[in-house]
Every structure is written in structure tokens, then in C-alpha cells.
Design a binder for this molecule. Structure first.
Ligand SMILES: [Zn+2]
Ligand SMILES: [Zn+2]
Length: 288
């Protein structure tokens, strides 16, 4: 069973449904009236969410990329868009899953980072290259709060997970956001993806298995050395009972240099006593 998600994801769903944020707490007073209002709002949100799930089941879905409505072999994507998708495919590095685009005929082989043992996770995979439509959807989910893209991105995660032939992990943990960034964004995109993936493949999810204690700089503007320094010591485990001796699957939206996932894996193993740590992302950004 998937464990309860913290309020972060709930608030993300609420925001997408267009529910204005309550100002009751900002006033610094919470009397009986405000408690009742808050309870009623909560019930209303539940009904709205249930309603949207029913609508989702009844209406035909359009392709996430070209918007065409019709028979969708991959559910969220039409056949031609799925065919055009830059899915990560062999030859790739069996360690970190990096694809070798310029060596189509060569067999799988370790990349330089894996030969130098730069990563602390046991292995990693990504579903698609961080380009074109998938990149746009990841950005819209992450920065635009477009949670409606979650199912189609999770379909990609499921495809990569199935091709990986990984022995089923015991627990899924998303790469966490710092509480300040979480309150700004309203949800953790990795948490949303992890929860939906866990539900679909039947593996428990621990949204707070890892916590981010340092407010790090956005990794996108940093080089590899700076990224390593930026995330060093950024993560913590408050309760190691869930991870000790377990096989953990980390989930994130994008694998860029792998430094964040590697630091998470290090903490899960060194401080949490995790047996093995794997990492799965929707996209893989390759260096220029
Ligand atoms: Zn399409
Ligand atoms: Zn590698």
C-alpha cells in the first residue's frame, strides 16, 4: 500500500483545481468559525477531486503532445508521438543508464563516470532524453504546476522501469524539496511522480523518507564541481527504520549530472543503512 502523502501534494492538487488559498491563518486567529470553514473546504476539495477522477475515467483523453483525441495505444500518447519520442535505448551504460547516441551499433558499456565510481547509487535509468515534448511537459509540471501531466510522465517511468528488469524494490522515495521551496511551489514534482508510480507498480512510497535540510542553489546553473559542493550534506534521514536493510528506488524528474541522486543514495546508505539504492528519472539531460 502506498503511504499517506504529506500536505505538499494535497496543496498542489488543490491549487490545480483552482481553490484559492485560505487566508484564515494569515490573520493569526482561528476561532470555531474558521475551523468549521476549514472542515467544509476540506470536504469540498475531496468531492471535487473525486469528481475530477470520474470525469477523467469517462472522457476520452487527448495525446499529451499533439492533443489529438482518439485511440491511444500508450494511453497518454498517440502512436505517432510515441514513435517520435526520444526514448532512452541501448546502447547505454549499465550503471547510470546513460545512452550512447553516437555509437548505435556498439554493445552496452560503462561510461567514464561509472568507471571512476562517481555515483553512490547502484544503478540508474531514465525514460527519455530531456528534449522536445517531454522536456516541455516536465517544465510545465515542475514550474507551471501542471499536475495534469503526471499520468503521462508516469507512463514513461513505468516503461523505463519495465525495461530495466530490476528486482522489485522495497520502497520508493522521491528526491525531496527544501520546505521553503515546497511552500513556494506547493508540491514536490518528484513526490507526485513517485506516488503515482508506486500506486501503479504496487510498491510503497515514503514521501518523507529523505528530507532536504539545506536550501541549495538550482543545479541547472552550476558545473559538476559546483553541483557536488552544492548538494553535499543537503539531505537527512529522520527515521531510518523504513530504509535500513531495504532496497530503495529513488525518483526524480530529471537526471542531469546525477550528483543529487548520488548524494541522496549516499545518505540512504551511510546514515539510513539502505541495502541498495536505485534511481529512476523521467528524463536524462546529456551534456553538450
Ligand atoms: Zn500525439
Ligand atoms: Zn554510467
Amino acid at each position: 500500500m502506498t503511504e499517506e502523502l504529506p500536505g505538499e501534494v494535497e496543496s498542489g492538487q488543490i491549487r490545480e483545481l483552482g481553490e484559492p488559498e485560505s487566508e484564515t491563518h494569515a490573520a493569526g486567529f482561528q476561532g470555531a468559525g474558521s475551523v468549521i470553514r476549514s472542515m467544509l473546504a476540506s470536504i469540498g476539495r475531496g468531492l471535487k477531486f473525486a469528481g475530477s477522477a470520474v470525469v477523467d475515467l469517462c472522457l476520452p483523453r487527448s495525446c499529451a503532445s499533439c492533443k489529438k483525441i482518439g485511440t491511444l495505444p500508450q494511453k497518454s500518447w498517440c502512436g505517432p508521438c510515441w514513435e517520435k519520442m526520444a526514448l532512452v535505448a541501448p546502447p547505454l551504460c549499465p550503471g547510470c543508464g546513460r545512452p550512447f547516441l553516437d555509437a548505435q551499433a556498439s554493445p552496452d558499456h560503462l561510461c567514464g563516470d561509472c568507471i571512476e565510481r562517481n555515483y553512490r547509487f547502484d544503478s540508474a535509468r531514465s525514460a527519455a532524453l530531456h528534449v522536445s515534448a517531454v522536456r516541455t511537459l516536465v517544465h510545465q509540471l515542475k514550474f507551471g504546476g501542471q499536475l495534469k501531466w503526471t499520468p503521462c510522465l508516469v507512463e514513461l517511468l513505468e516503461t523505463a522501469y519495465a525495461a530495466w528488469e530490476l528486482r522489485a524494490p522495497d520502497l520508493i522515495i522521491p528526491v525531496p524539496l527544501h520546505p521553503k521551496r515546497l511552500s513556494e511551489r506547493g508540491f514536490n514534482q518528484a513526490g507526485v511522480l513517485a506516488r503515482e508510480l508506486g500506486r501503479k507498480i504496487g510498491i510503497p512510497v515514503s514521501p518523507d523518507g529523505l528530507v532536504r535540510k539545506n536550501l541549495t542553489l538550482p543545479q541547472t546553473r552550476l558545473n559538476r564541481e559546483e553541483r557536488l559542493k552544492n548538494v553535499k550534506g543537503a539531505f537527512e534521514i529522520f527515521d531510518d527504520r523504513k530504509v535500513r536493510g531495504r532496497r530503495i528506488l529513488l525518483i526524480d524528474d530529471v537526471f542531469t549530472t546525477g550528483t543529487t541522486l548520488s548524494e541522496c543514495a549516499k545518505v540512504l546508505k551511510k546514515k539510513g543503512g539502505a541495502l541498495e539504492v536505485y534511481a529512476l528519472t523521467v528524463t536524462r539531460a546529456l551534456p553538450d
